[in-house]
Design a protein around this ligand. Structure first.
Ligand code: PEP
Ligand code: MN
Length: 241
């Protein structure tokens, strides 16, 4: 396991899904070189369509461990099912609770009990109050290493995948001491919009970013449209600095 050291901005980057050793290691090396502080990749994916790629499961976790060993980056990965918490906790340095799970209270409690840092995404129809109450479930287990992750909410607007609610960044700063991460990849659904919204998030006071990066976005098994390729991510990191 990797001790997670937190430096602002805390940039978490990697592919939506772990697809292969080559895909993950190529991405991991590149994001480490560009200055990311954590590698994220899904091994268990919450897909709207049950016929789409569901993730590599434990094989994906093993690849994340390999990438951590090679790059030294701590790894972030999502847990979907309470039954998988012990397995995920063996591999993850930070456990992600996704939008679709952020009001699954038994899962929140079980994940918090591992005492690993938790990346708690905002549900796509969740109010700030509900989000903070979900965080309270984690706090009640004695776990205060929480990253709240704004990833866009569902509104009437369909021109972007979701509506990235950046006003919550200063709002949450007033209400809580928890760290705030912004995910402009899911928030926009469009790689071309990601760099501007990433910078806007930092300007609003976010403590970090979660960015989807893929070596060949057009070939990605999930979320290719919103994934930056390696040159675009490298440029974003240079612009941020
Ligand atoms: C993801 O991080 O790839 C993901 C599925 O995100 P969300 O839970 O925000 O939809
Ligand atoms: Mn994704």
């Amino acid at each position: 396991m990797q001790q997670v050291t937190f430096k602002i901005p805390f940039v978490i980057a990697g592919p939506c899904a772990v697809e292969s050793e080559d895909q993950l290691l190529t991405t991991a090396r590149a994001v480490a070189k560009a200055g990311a502080q954590a590698l994220r990749g899904g091994a268990y994916k919450p897909r709207t369509d049950p016929r789409s790629f569901q993730g590599l499961g434990e094989k994906g976790l093993k690849l994340l461990a390999l990438a951590r060993k090679e790059t030294g980056l701590p790894v972030v990965t999502e847990v979907l099912d309470t039954r998988d918490v012990p397995l995920i906790a063996e591999y993850a340095d930070i456990i992600q609770i996704g939008s679709r799970s952020s009001q699954n209270y038994p899962l929140l409690k079980e994940a918090a009990r591992t005492q690993k840092p938790i990346l708690l995404k905002r549900g796509m129809a969740m109010t700030v109050e509900e989000w903070l109450l979900s965080a309270e479930y984690l706090l009640q287990e004695g776990n205060d290493r929480i990253f709240l992750c704004e990833r866009g909410i569902r509104t009437f607007e369909s021109a972007t995948r979701h509506t990235l609610d950046l006003a919550v960044v200063p709002l949450l700063k007033r209400k809580t001491n928890l760290k705030i991460i912004v995910d402009p990849s899911h928030g926009t659904g469009d790689a071309a919009l990601v760099p501007a919204m990433a910078k806007a998030a930092l300007a609003a006071g976010a403590d970090g970013l979660m960015i989807e990066v893929h070596p060949h976005p057009a070939k990605a098994l999930s979320d290719g449209k919103q994934s930056l390729d390696i040159p675009a991510f490298t440029k974003l990191m240079a612009d941020i600095r």
